[in-house]
Design a protein around this ligand. Structure first.
Ligand code: B1M
Length: 205
């Protein structure tokens, strides 16, 4: 499991895939391969990213290794009935096409065992509501990179409340602040992808 975690940390896709196959063949429980190998590796990357010890390329490469291994592990997890930690709907809000940060948050959440429904960019309140009705999420995450698109977050929160959707709402993006979060009535704000996972877990606990 340590070798598998290391493969994810190094972004070594070939080793992540072969070690996952080996672990399955050796009869190790799929849930353990996920949590003690893949998630443990992504957890280390998350902490290093937060501490500026690694940067976006390393995170993307680690996430790619994890994704390749997950393609092999996922059917086994389903066979064993392993449930995801929780479901999160994530998107960049209406009018905004920036998705690099949002994708990092999505990857970190996936790495932590969340089921992530990614609605992409330019997401209107109607799209959020439609997806929330379909996927019944525990959390709804919104990203905005433009000062001109931040206000869309408030409209989406209002729509979520009006529709009686019980999911907690978390927000982030370069211009977003805790003060803004409090002002628009979101449940939480995180300044980066690693803290988004900590925030998501704390809101669900
Ligand atoms: Co744009 N852009 N851009 N841009 N762009 C900025 C944001 C800008 C600050 C540049 C500048 O002027 N200095 C500026 C905004 C100014 C403002 O609003 N005050 C700007 C502008 C003006 C524009 C256009 C309007 C330019 C134009 O066309 N005239 C236009 C708008 C298009 C639109 O969206 N409608 C535009 C277009 C683009 C590109 C398409 C060229 C490209 C985006 C490509 C893409 O995303 N696929 C782009 C880029 C790349 C940038 C900069 C250079 C980099 C953004 C980025 O990816 N950062 C940016 C300047 C900058 O930030 N230095 C800029 C890296 C990323 C990892 O960080 O997204 O902050 P970030 O995500 C972080 C955290 O914020 C947090 O976690 C992430 C990782 O730690 N986080 C969350 C993000 N979302 C979260 C959600 C959460 C939690 C945490 O939920 C819980």
């Amino acid at each position: 499991m340590q070798a598998l975690a290391d493969a994810v940390i190094k972004g070594d896709q070939a080793s992540a895939v072969s070690l996952t196959k080996e672990a399955i063949d050796a009869g190790i429980a799929p849930a353990s391969i996920l949590s003690d190998g893949l998630v443990a590796g992504m957890g280390v990357i998350g902490v290093r990213f937060k501490n500026n010890e690694v940067y976006i390329p390393e995170v993307l490469i680690a996430a790619r290794a994890m994704k390749a291994a997950m393609e092999i592990l996922e059917p086994k997890l389903i066979e064993c009935g392993v449930e995801p930690v929780a479901t999160v709907i994530i998107a960049t809000v209406a009018g905004d096409l920036h998705d690099i940060g949002k994708n990092l948050v999505a990857m970190m959440l996936k790495g932590a065992g969340f089921r992530v429904v990614d609605l992409g960019v330019n997401c209107t309140s109607e799209k959020y509501i439609e997806a929330a009705k379909e996927h019944n999420p525990d959390l709804i995450a919104m990203s905005a990179l433009l000062t001109t698109t931040m206000p869309a977050m408030e409209g989406i929160i209002q729509a979520i409340k009006e529709e009686g959707i019980g999911a907690k709402v978390i927000i982030g993006g370069a211009p977003v602040t805790q003060v803004f979060c409090d002002k628009i009535g979101a449940d939480g704000y995180s300044p980066d992808a690693a803290s988004a996972v900590v925030l998501a877990k704390s809101l669900l606990s």
